[in-house]
Design a binder for this molecule. Structure first.
Ligand SMILES: C[S@@+](CC[C@H](N)C(=O)[O-])C[C@H]1O[C@@H](n2cnc3c(N)ncnc32)[C@H](O)[C@@H]1O
Length: 327
């Protein structure tokens, strides 16, 4: 994440960026297939189809995080907006379909602009088009980027304070060192503003298990989308139905783990090289760490943020934190 950027960068990826993204996917998949245990970043779930599947997950009865966080944002928008203050330029990390920011934009005093960042370019372009149509007075600059890598942002609007928005407990996809590194860079980028951060809380494992093992199989399709992408974009030959969706709560590490588990001994190919999966062997595709309010605050403080108020729902399922960033 570059904190100081002089020039307006190209915010949408061209053919060159798409090819580089494809090569990065191939490199990371080869590294994952070589490793034991096998593990790959969840960012590879998200092409246009993956983003649509995630939107369906958000509407599932078992998936409490989206409606709970949305409820907090809706009910506390006025209070949150007072902490953010007037004239903020909102930078959203992993913005998806741009649904949750609407409550914020409605409540904010004179927002100076909105920069949604997402790796899923086609989906982001369509979501940004809809938002612009709805709110012609708002300056919307979508940025297709991988926020785990250095990337460019346009110059802030004159006099604007940058405020980050990172909902959806996407921070929980990082391990602790990655989360610390992300937050440290965000604290630099957002100096003089702050970060509004939504994270999921530790709770009854049965509730978590249901949320990641929905009865309609949408989460399973989302998980398998990584293999679909590998076949279509990298020319692999994964047997999509030969891998089961496996999601479970790892209590000592306080995280849901998602894996793709090989249903039989099988061989897959990438770039002419063969890799064998034994029956039951897995490719670990995602962690969703769960937080305590105190643990998250301690991490944010270490990363350079101040500590503001936290809002939770009545059942303390989910938390939204205001983390000011000093000048
Ligand atoms: C769990 S979804 C959350 C979406 C939305 N913010 C919400 O709260 O419903 C994660 C979002 O982050 C995006 N994403 C995941 N990894 C990313 C990365 N490394 N760089 C940029 N965007 C990423 C995905 O495309 C997806 O839209």
């Amino acid at each position: 994440m570059s904190a100081h950027l002089a020039l307006q960068a190209p915010f949408f990826e061209g053919a060159g960026e798409q090819e580089e993204a494809r090569r990065a996917f191939a490199r990371d998949l080869v590294a994952a297939l070589d490793a034991r245990p096998r593990r790959i970043s969840p960012k590879y779930f998200y092409d246009a189809a993956g983003s649509r599947l995630f939107d369906r997950i958000c509407t599932l009865p078992e998936y409490y995080p989206t409606r709970t966080e949305a409820g907090i944002l809706r009910e506390r928008a006025g209070e949150i907006a007072r902490h953010i203050g007037p004239g903020a330029e909102i930078v959203e990390f992993g913005a998806g379909s741009l649904h949750k920011v609407r409550w914020l934009l409605d409540a904010l005093q004179a927002p100076r602009g909105y920069l949604p960042i997402d790796i899923s370019g086609e989906h982001l372009a369509e979501a940004a088009r809809q938002l612009r149509e709805e709110r012609p007075g708002l300056s919307v600059h979508p940025v297709v980027a991988d926020y785990t890598q250095p990337f460019a942002l346009p110059q802030p609007a004159p006099g604007a304070r940058r405020v980050g928005f990172f909902p959806g407990s996407t921070l929980g996809n990082f391990d602790e060192a990655e989360a610390f590194s992300f937050l440290s860079r965000a604290a630099q980028l957002l100096r003089g503003g702050g970060l509004l951060l939504g994270v999921d809380l530790v709770k009854d494992p049965a509730v978590l298990h249901a949320a990641y093992n929905d009865s309609q199989g949408v989460t399973a399709a989302f998980n398998r989308n990584l293999l679909v992408r590998a076949n279509t974009e990298l020319g692999c030959d994964f047997d999509i139905d030969g891998f089961a969706h496996a999601a479970f709560y790892n209590a000592p590490l306080q995280r849901i783990e998602m894996h793709l588990q090989s249903l039989r001994a099988q061989t897959v190919h990438l770039g002419g090289v063969a890799w064998r999966f034994e029956e039951g062997e897995t490719l670990h595709t995602e962690n969703s760490h769960k937080f305590s309010v105190e643990g998250l605050r301690a991490l944010a403080l270490r990363a350079g943020f101040g500590i503001g108020p936290v809002w939770t729902d009545a059942d303390r399922l989910f938390s939204v934190h205001w983390l000011p960033a000093a000048q």
